[in-house]
Design a protein around this ligand. Structure first.
Ligand code: PGA
Length: 252
């Protein structure tokens, strides 16, 4: 059975003090509300990871990073390696978020290296793909998302691609309040899963969790998560408010 995952992506938000308050609210509110096999991940800014991890203790919530370097180690000022994350026992790392692609020029080949680093360190990459509005309007969204998936993941062995979590995030839905309809989400998730099945077989494709991201809110989470190929969500804005995030988690 595929893992259900709800990951909060805090992006570059909150002071440390505010992050601690949010975490403690989440811990209180999620008691008995995280369904058995669901995983809840808080992708915090790098400097808060250890503090929030410590605060979570053996709660069912875990932490994740929002990025890692494509390099193993060395003279790369300002970067954080996958091995460093591993040394802090951080289990998840987001790779290829559309903001990294857009503002930091990260492309498919570079992201493939980051995925490799994450897997080599034993982390679970949450690999993001998704199309911009113009691409959807042109009707090329399926082709683009297949290409993004291929470029960064299809060099992996079947055993390794099974360890990856994918997050389909249409760029036009991120932070805009414009969510994909559950039908649009399901269609794209089926395209991604079908593409993986064509290369790796059904068994591998059926084992990979594919999350939806882009304006997930308490009032649309349940319907999105009920879709056959939607295995949870990657949540930005709404993960910064404890009540909203918990209501989303309840929808999984
Ligand atoms: P949003 O962000 O939920 O604020 O749209 C999602 C994301 O960027 O992962």
């Amino acid at each position: 059975m595929r893992k259900k995952i709800v990951a909060g992506n805090w992006k570059m938000n909150k002071t440390l003090a505010d992050a601690v308050v949010l975490t403690s609210e989440l811990m209180t509110l999620t008691q008995n509300e995280v369904k058995n096999n669901a995983v809840v991940v808080l992708c915090t800014p790098f400097p808060y990871l250890l503090k929030i991890k410590e605060q979570l203790g053996n709660s069912t919530i875990v932490v994740g990073a929002q990025n890692c370097s494509e390099h193993e180690s060395g003279a790369y000022t300002g970067e954080t390696s996958a091995a460093m994350l591993k040394s802090m026992a951080i289990p998840y790392v987001i790779i290829g978020h559309s903001e990294r692609r857009q503002y930091f020029g990260e492309g498919g080949a570079l992201l493939a290296k980051k995925v490799d680093r994450a897997l080599a360190a034993g982390l679970t990459p949450i690999f993001c793909n998704g199309e911009q509005l113009e691409i959807r309007e042109k009707g090329s969204h399926e082709a683009l998302v297949k290409q993004q998936t291929e470029e960064s993941l299809f060099h992996l062995s079947p055993a390794d691609i099974r360890k990856v979590v994918i997050a389909y995030e249409p760029v036009w839905a991120i932070g805009t309040g414009k969510t994909a309809t559950s039908q649009q989400a399901q269609d794209m998730h089926a395209v991604i899963r079908g593409h993986i099945a064509a290369k790796y077989g059904n068994d591998v494709a059926e084992s990979i969790s594919i999350l939806y991201g882009g304006s997930v809110k308490p009032d649309n989470a349940k319907e999105l998560f009920a879709c056959k190929d939607v295995d949870g969500g990657l949540v930005g804005g709404a993960s910064l408010k404890a009540r909203d995030f918990v209501d989303i988690i309840k929808g999984v």
